[in-house]
Write a protein that binds this ligand. Structure first.
Ligand code: AKB
Length: 339
């Protein structure tokens, strides 16, 4: 009999790194990966099989269906918000077309082995669109169903794909003459800006915080592209990975929503700068505001209400602002660049 395995798309990206590490430590199931780029050798060693290719290649996905019994999917592959604004058609193709392919893949997998396929989808605070700074300041912690009017291609893609996932789970082929067995068990977290100590982000608009930290550790000057008072929620990568794993393990009947907010801390850009300067006193961090990117970050909420995630599946981040820096980011990043 084929053993059940986990599939991770976009495995070589920021979340993939942490997730593969955690799944490898746990060791209970094999991990197969799909990424357009080869995995770094340290990561490749931890996986059962690495497929190099695109989520748009449906014949490759069919081959995986034929060869493996996948019952858990982490669909991480995406073009992030800044990159998506430069290439909106490509973003739509990858972020929406690719997700649709993966949902079909999961349905086919479920039909072939007869069990539901749990499908984890990282959505984003980019699904929100705060109309102006006054409303953003007044709104405070935003709930999942408020202000869902994204202003970016990436945010539109994420919001729509949350809906698509819900469709596959609850209404797939609802008019089919024969009863259709729905096999996709879709679950989604709306991530804030994620900050990893081991990877440098690329293509995102929340990247100003991680870029500031990594640049300081590399002793490079950094010009932050948003105003000092800019505030959005962030989370340390280990908590992001933990959130995905915890949501994946939650009993289906406990889940009252398709997409859940998760948050951990929400410093202003200047508060991040001060902490980074405290850890790396020689660092040069200035501000050169990019009005267009500033506009995107201003459209994201200052904070999110994640009480539904806490109640339904026990979300509880380990790292607040202080701990994220003192116990995770600063020591790990120092080690990384001292090597
Ligand atoms: C981005 O900046 O595009 C992402 C996100 C907030 O989803 N980090």
């Amino acid at each position: 009999m084929r053993k059940p395995v986990v599939l991770i798309t976009g495995a070589g990206g920021e979340i993939g790194h942490g997730l593969i590490d955690r799944l490898a430590q746990d060791g209970s199931r094999g991990v197969i990966t799909l990424d357009v780029n080869p995995l770094e050798p340290d990561l490749a060693r931890l996986v059962t099989r690495e497929f190099q290719g695109s989520i748009l290649d449906t014949s490759l996905l069919d081959r995986i269906v034929a060869e493996y019994e996948v019952d858990l999917v982490f669909h991480l592959a995406a073009l992030l918000s800044t990159r998506s604004e430069f290439t909106p058609m490509a973003a739509h193709e990858v972020n929406v077309g690719g997700t649709l392919n993966l949902l079909e893949f999961a349905q086919k997998q479920g039909e072939s082995h007869g069990r539901p396929v749990v499908f984890l989808y990282p959505s984003s605070i980019a699904v929100y669109g705060m109309p102006d700074l006054q409303t953003k300041a007044r709104a405070g912690e935003v709930k999942e169903d408020q202000y869902t009017h994204p202003s970016t291609m990436y945010g539109c893609n994420k919001l729509y794909c949350e809906q698509l996932g819900g469709y596959y789970t609850r209404h797939y082929k609802q008019l089919a003459r024969d009863t259709v067995s729905r096999k996709v068990d879709f679950r989604s977290v709306r991530f804030p800006g994620l900050i990893s100590a081991v990877t440098v982000p690329s293509g995102g608009t929340s990247d100003f915080a991680p870029e500031m930290i990594h640049a300081a550790a590399r002793q490079e000057a950094y010009a932050c592209f948003v105003r000092p008072d800019t505030r959005i929620p962030f989370m340390a990568m280990p908590d992001g990975v933990e959130a995905l794993l915890r949501l994946a393990a939650a009993p289906r009947e406990r889940l009252g929503r398709t997409a859940y907010n998760v948050g951990a801390f929400n410093p202003s850009a200047e508060e991040v700068r001060q902490v980074v300067l405290g850890a790396f006193p020689g660092a040069t961090i200035t501000y050169t505001v990019d009005e267009a990117r500033q506009g995107i970050v201003d459209s994201w909420p200052a904070d999110v209400d994640d009480s539904a995630a806490r109640t339904d599946w026990g979300f509880a981040p380990n790292y607040d602002f202080e701990r994220a820096f003192s116990e995770y980011l600063i020591p790990t990043i120092r080690r990384r660049y001292q090597k």
